[in-house]
Structures are given as C-alpha cells and as structure tokens.
Design a protein around this ligand. Sequence first.
Ligand code: CA
Length: 233
Amino acid sequence: MRILIAEDDSALASFVKKGLEAEYYAVDISPNGEHARAMAAEFDYDLLILDLGLPLLDGITVLRSLRDYRPRMPILVLTARNRIEDRVQCLDLGADDYLTKPFSFVELAARIRALLRRSNLPAASTLTVADLKLDRIERRVERGGRRIDLTSKEFALLEYMMRNVGRRVTRAMIIEHVWNLSFDTSTNIVDVYVNYLRRKMDKDFSSPLIHTVRGVGYELSNRPPAQSPQFHI
Ligand code: CA
C-alpha cells in the first residue's frame, strides 16, 4: 500500500511518514501542492493525505483537480482549519475524510485503515492464497498454520504480491509500490527480498508459491505461471 502525504510542515510530514512506515505502508512526501498534484497524477497511490494550507497550489485546488483524473483514490484532508464550512467544502469536492490538527496518530492510522477497507482494493484485512494467509490488521502471516515472521519490507512485498495473485508483477511495479520513489531501480533489491521471502515461506513447503517469470519479474500463484519467451524487458 502506497500513501502520499502532501504537507509543507516537514517535521509533521516526517512524523506521519515514520508512523505509517512502521505500519508497513510505503510513504512519499510532497512539500507543496504542485508537487503533490504531479505525483498523484503520475503514480498509483492507494491514498492521499492532504493538507489545505500548501505553498504553490493550495489543497482545495489540488483536491478539485485530482478528483477529475483520480476519482477513486481515497483522500483524507488533514488540516488546522476547523470551520464547518471548510469541512463541508472539502467533502463536497470529493474528500473522503477530514481530520483536524492537532490529531492523534492512532486516530489517523485508524481512519486510513477504514478508508482503505472501503476503497476498491480487492480485500479487507485478510488475504489468502492456498495455505498462505496474511492479516493486515494483525500483521500476521501464516503458511500451513505455521507463523512466519517477516520484516516490514518483506511483509509489504508479500502483501503486494498477494493482492496481485495470478498476475505477473515486474520489478519496476514492485519498486513503485513497495519502495520509495528515490530508489535506484538498477539495483537487484527486489530479487534479494524475493529470495528472503522464498526462504521464509516457500523453502520448507512442497509447492512454492512465488514463481520467477523469465524476463518479466515474479508471480505469486498456486500453480507455476506460463512463461512468455517473446516478452523481454
Ligand atoms: Ca500547511
């Protein structure tokens, strides 16, 4: 799950980012409205946290223009403006939730979970593929009834692959969704983490779930995917 924070208060932005990363989200920060609008247009975020008082382009304008081309992305407005008119205007313009500063991080995190549950993502809290189970709320992974301990990046990678079960995912898609943008895509970090995951959740089981798709990337599935030799990246 990938979240964009549009916030010009850098201390607050990095506080929220750290908290959300500890809950296994991949998080980017936009320090102004123009940057936020460009990032949300270019990348497929699962949710946007939007401040209203932003430099270059105010949050209301960002909200208005994003609703045209990202109609389904959940937007949570996080602002010091607490007048009823502001709330009403934002909700009418298509914001999905509105939280005023000062706020408690646990409430923000709970509202984010609620928005993500309601959005068009395929699953609520539990994902299941064959005998593999991942619980987003409990942060728990089990295979064949056995608990598997994962680091936060391994958890995010596995969640992304399980959400895309039966579909090929390229290394670039994985980097975009699981790691931050600043990541150097020429490294083999995806392969390294896929190997960590394989060691923890495939090695001791008779049927592996993570498959390599030659020239493309990976696929999580309970049967081996068909290879496509004509496909080269
Ligand atoms: Ca601000």
